[in-house]
Design a protein around this ligand. Structure first.
Ligand code: PMP
Length: 426
């Protein structure tokens, strides 16, 4: 029995499923999850001492690679001063100013500890600011596990949503309308019917929770237009895309100004930091200035904020995102070429340091199209790569992440493994 097997067996005796977040359990791909002991740059080492090139990056935060010395030093320094006070610190102002400089649509910002909290609070704020109840989300987008967000479309277009998790009352789901991603006719019909009741539309501008799907510029422009016309709050969930697809996030690429933005992952550099912010007009409804309640013992924690701030500073080096985007594009082009030589159809895409690939012809634009990709082949490919020392997301429905530590040599090494893995699964 390997040490990973031993740890997994032991973990399951104390922790449900052996993990503290479900996708870590390898349920989709099968096999034993790797228990990691250490990371450095682009690489991870597991409990059996095996080395992997990592394309999960802690699910997005590790844009500088693991254990970046400057970030680690910032955390150590902050920790030496005290782990937290539950009172304001100057570091919170500095990180707020830094984020507002990088994303000008944020005129005010509130820090929290997880993307779930940030998205949940942004929705409460939108409801409080508009005095409306209904919210709109899109099939395949994930915004954390708040009750009103664990919802799938009802039986017909524009009917009440249904819970996707036990424990979510149908009454909560009933206020959530779930529409197809990238479908302009659906959102038009939705606003025509419910426009005056819609508090907010929440969307991942580039979806990373159904593999990797770009929202079309026309669709995003329409969402912006409809929200403005009907007085609904447009919320962009940039937990994944923020600081990763570009320094200014997806909003800088599309040239769209959301009313509220939800941030997480890179903003904390691997520590528990997330945030939501946006127009002063909407943010003024937030307690203690306004009537919408939101709070957190660990919000703006100084040690966590130190990691985020050090990360946000380092990614502002000139050319950082150009280099990141080049390596990521090279990785995807290499995957496609290797798959082609193995006789397999593969569609690939990437923006900045975020990527996706599909065992199908052509890129999908909706969740139902994502479902037509060959998941069985993905599972085999995942394990073929793992055997060759490359750690991909253990799910066909998650985007991949490249860090600044993934240089040409690391990408080339990955492509050697990929060539073998594609041949093995062809
Ligand atoms: N929004 C998006 C787009 C996400 O990808 C995630 C997490 N993967 C969340 C929200 C929730 O963030 P957290 O896991 O920090 O609660």
């Amino acid at each position: 029995m390997s040490r990973n097997d031993e740890l997994f067996a032991r973990a399951q005796r104390s922790i449900p499923g052996g993990v503290n977040s479900p996708v870590r359990a390898f349920r989709q791909v099968g096999g034993t999850p790797r228990f990691f002991e250490r990371g450095a740059g682009a690489r991870l080492w597991d409990a059996d001492g095996r080395e992997y090139i990592d394309y999960v990056g802690s699910w997005g935060p590790m844009i500088l690679g693991h254990a970046h010395p400057t970030v680690v030093a910032a955390v150590q320094d902050a920790a030496a001063h005290g782990l937290g006070y539950g009172a304001p610190t100057e570091a919170e102002i500095v990180i707020a100013e830094e984020v507002m400089k990088l994303m000008p649509s944020l005129e005010k910002i509130r820090f929290v500890s997880s993307g779930t909290e940030a998205a949940m609070s942004a929705i409460r704020l939108a409801r409080g600011a508009t005095g409306r109840t209904r919210i709109v989300k899109f099939d395949g987008c994930y915004h954390g596990h708040a009750d009103s967000l664990l919802v799938k479309a009802g039986s017909g277009l524009l009917t009440f949503g249904n819970p996707t998790s036990a424990g979510v009352p149908a009454d909560f789901a009933a206020h959530t309308i779930v529409l197809d991603y990238n479908d302009i006719a659906e959102i038009d019909a939705c606003f025509e019917k419910f426009g005056h009741e819609i508090a907010c539309v929440i969307v991942e501008p580039i979806a990373g929770n159904m593999n990797f799907v770009r929202g079309t510029p026309e669709w995003h422009a329409r969402l912006r237009e409809l929200c403005t016309q009907h007085g609904s709050v447009l919320i962009w969930d940039e937990v994944m895309t923020g600081f990763r697809v570009a320094l200014g996030g997806a909003q800088s690429l599309y040239g769209i100004r959301p009313d509220l933005t939800v941030l997480g992952k890179v903003i904390g550099g691997g520590m528990p930091v997330a945030a939501f912010g946006g127009s002063a007009e909407v943010m003024k409804f937030l307690a203690p200035e306004g009537p919408v309640y939101q709070a957190g013992t660990l919000s703006g924690n100084p040690v966590a904020v130190a990691a985020g701030l050090a990360t946000l500073r380092l990614i502002q080096e000139p050319g950082f995102h150009d280099r990141l985007g080049e390596q990521t594009a090279k990785l995807m082009a290499g995957f496609q070429a290797a798959a082609e030589s193995a006789g397999l159809p593969l569609a690939v895409d990437s923006v900045g340091g975020m990527f996706g690939f599909y065992f199908r012809e052509g890129l999908p634009g909706t969740l139902s199209e994502v479902h037509t990709a060959d998941v069985e082949r993905f599972k085999k490919f995942f394990h073929a790569m793992l055997d060759r020392g490359v750690y991909l997301a253990p799910s066909a429905y998650e985007a991949g992440f490249v860090s600044a530590a993934h240089d040409g040599a690391v990408v080339a090494e990955t492509l050697v493994a990929a060539a073998g893995a594609f041949r093995a699964v062809a």
